[in-house]
Design a protein. Sequence first.
Length: 54
Amino acid sequence: MFRLFRALGLRHLPIVNDTNEVVGMVTRKDLARYRVWRHQGRIGVEELLISKEI
């Protein structure tokens, strides 16, 4: 999904159900909180801790 955001320059992506009703919204910022990792044939997702303090 992140590749889609980058390739098309998207900032928001609506999520729809089987009847094409909008049930949610994913933003680029939502995806930035996670990192996918691959190691020895295994794949996982890790949530990054992001501080709001500068």
